[in-house]
Design a protein around this ligand. Sequence first.
Ligand code: AVI
Length: 781
Amino acid sequence: MSTLDKTKSLGVTLADQYRSVRALSEKLCETLVTEDYVIQPMPDCSPTKWHLAHTSWFFETFVLKDHVDGYRSPHPQYDFLFNSYYNAVGARHCRPKRGLISRPTVADTYSYREHVDTALLNLLASASAETLQEIEPLITIGLHHEQQHQELMLTDIKYVFWENPLRPAFRPADIGCIGVDGSLAGMHLHAPGPVPIAHQGSPSRPVKWVDFDGGLVWTGHDGGSFAFDNEGPRHQVYLQPFALASTPVTAGEYLAFMQDGGYRRPELWLAEGWATVQSCGWDSPLYWEKHDGEWWQFTLTGMRPVDPEEPVCHVSFFEAEAYASWAGARLPTEFEWEHAAAQQKLEGNFVEDGLYHPTGISRALSQSGEERAVDALATGISQVYGDVWEWTQSSYAPYPGFRESSGALGEYNGKFMANQYVLRGGSCATSRSHVRATYRNFFPSNARWQFSGIRLAVMRPSTREVVPDLLDFEPDLPTFCDDVIAGLSATPKTIPCKYLYDAHGSKLFDEITTLDEYYPTRTELAIVRDRIDEIAAILGHDFRLVEYGSGSSMKTRLLLERLLGIAAYVPVDISRSHLLQSVEALAGDYPDVPIVPVCADYTRAFKLPPARERTIVYFPGSTIGNFHQWEAREFLSRIAGQCGADGGLLIGVDLKKDPAILHRAYNDSRGVTAAFNLNLLTRINRELDGHFLTDDFTHEAIYNPDLGRIEMHLVSAVSQAVQVAGHMFSFDERETIHTECSYKYTIDEFAALARSAGFEPVRVWTDVGGYFSVQYLTVRA
Ligand code: AVI
C-alpha cells in the first residue's frame, strides 16, 4: 500500500470508528424525552445533556482547536460549562450544579454535537499523513472517553428514573408493574421472566473454586494497542497461590447474607463501611425494595423481582468486602483478577446486547456456545467480562514507574489515585470494544450506582480444600423482631435466650466460661480430659461426630485428637461466619479429619448429609439446660431420629447442687453475666430501633428450686414505657423480662427425660464434686 493509501485508510478507519461510537451515544437516548435530559439527582450523576455536550467539547478542545487551522468554537462559553475536571484547560462550572443548567437546551446540545461531528469528519477526510498520525491517539482516547460516558449515561439515567416515584422505564418492558405503593397501576414493571420468584431465598449452589498457581507473573498493558495510561507500565508481581469463585456472587447468595443479618452485624464490616451502613440506612443493594415480603429491584426496564440467579449488582466496595468476610473469603487483588482474566475470552453481556442488566449463569452460558458452557461449568471461571464490574481489594494506585503524560490529558487518570478501589471486567453497560484484561476502573468505596458486583477469592491451601460443601439451609428469618414484639407483649414478658448471642453477646459468653464462679465449662473439660480413653472406647469406630454449635473449643479439639474412630467431623451452626471461622481454625490442625460443615438452625428440623458411617451427635456445655423440659424432649427425639438405630448422643448436662454455688455462677462478681444479659437490650436498640435505657434495668439470676432452674431476668428499675420497632411497651417498677432458663438435673431426672425421647443412657461420667455430667446415650431399638 502506498503512503497515500495508508493515510486514506487510517482516515477512513478513524472516521468509521468515530461515527459508530458517536452514533451509540445518541441511540442510547432514543427513548428519552426532553425533561429526562436535564435532571441531576445527586452530585455523582450528570444530566444526559451534559454528557452529550461534554464528550463533544472533549473532541473540540483536544483535537479541533489544535489541528484545524483557524478553528473557532461556535460557543466559547461551553469551555466553562462542559470542562469536567481539566485544570490545565481553565475554570469550570461546579459539578453538583450541572442539573441547574437549562440552557443550552437539549436541541442546542444536539446542534453542537453536529457541528463538532462535521468539523471532525472534515478534518479526518482532509488531514495530511502527519496530522493524522498526530491526531490518531487523541481521537482514539476521545472515543474511549465517549464510551466511558455512554456507560455513565446509563447509570446516571437509571438513578434519575429511580428518584422518580413513577419509576419510569428507560427501555420498554414486556408486561405490567408495581408502583411505589405496591399497586400495579400504570407504571412500567418487568415481568418476573423465566425465574421462579418464589425461590428468592432458596439455598445457593456451593461456590465452585478455580485454582491458580500464582508465582511471578506479568501484569499491566504492554503498549501494543490502545490502553489508558493507568494500565501501565507492564511489570511483574508475585502472587501467592489463590482461587477465584467460578461465577460472580448471585443475588440469591447475597440474600442469604442479608437474611443472616449481614447489614446488622458490625463484625462483618470495615469501620468506615459500618458507619456508612448506619448513616445511609442501607439494608440491601441500591435499587432493591421489598414488596409484600418479596425483594424487587429497579432496572432500566422498570421494576422486577430480584432474580436469585443473576449476579448481585449495585453494591459498594464496603458491601462487597462485608459479603466476602461473611462468606469466609475475600475480594481478589486486581493482579489476581487480571492474571485469571488474561486467560479468558473477551466475551460476555455488554451494552451491545441491549439487556442493560446482568444475566444469570444459565443465560450467560447458553449464549456463549455449548462447548464453552460445558467447559466453563467443568473447570473455568465465567462471566469475567461484562454483566457486573467486579470490586477488587486493590486501592487505585500508580503502577511502578507510572508517569502522567504531559499536558491536560495527563489529568485523565493519574490525579484520581487516592481513596478509590479498582474494579475490573466491564458491565452490561460497557461497550465490548472498551474493556480488556488490563482495564482499571475505579470508584470510591461507598459508590453503588455503577453496575458493580462481587467475585470471591481465597488463598490456597484454604478452608475450601477441607470443606467439601457448606451445606446451606434456608434461614427462616426475620424472627428476631417478631419474637421480641411477641415476647414483650406477653405476660410475663419473655424473650428467647438464643437472642443473647449476637457477636458481642457471644464474646461475653466466652468470657463467662473463664470466670472463677462459672464452673460448668471448666468442669466439663476436666471430665472429658480425664475420661477420654473410656469415652473413645465406648464410642467405638467408624462414626461421624456431629457437633451442634460451632466447635473450636478445647473440648472439640480433645475429641478430634483422641477419638480415633472419627470418620468425619460435622459442625452445625446457624451462623455461616462462625462456622467458617471454626472450620478454618480446626482444619489446619486436624488435616486428616474430613470436615463437613452444615449451616443450619439445629433447634429446628434439618437434614444431615447422608453418610455411610454411624452418627454420634455431640452436644456439650449443658445447652440442653436452656430448653424447657418439653422442648428438650422434642429436641432429643429429633436427635434420636437423626442418629438412627445405631447412633448415639454425647451430651454435657449440668447437675443439681447447692443453690449458693448456682447463684454465684450466674451473678459473678465482675458483672460479666450482667453485661451479657443487658446486652440483649443494646442489641434490640441497635437492630430493632429500640429505645431501652440500659441503666434503667438490672440483671437478676435466681434459682427456682420448684422448677430446678436458674432464671435470668432483666428487671425494670422504674415504671417506664419503652418504644421498640415502633411499638410502645410499658413496664411497672420491678417488672421483668425473662431472658433465660438454665435447668439443672439429677442423673435420674435426665435419664427419665432421655428415655422419654427414645434414648437409653449407657454411661455417665461426673467430676468428684458431682457438679457436672458427661453422658453417652444410644438410640433405643
Ligand atoms: C449456654 N448455657 C449453657 C449457659 C448456661 O449456663 O445456661 C448460658 C449462661 N447464661 C448465663 N451464664 C451462662
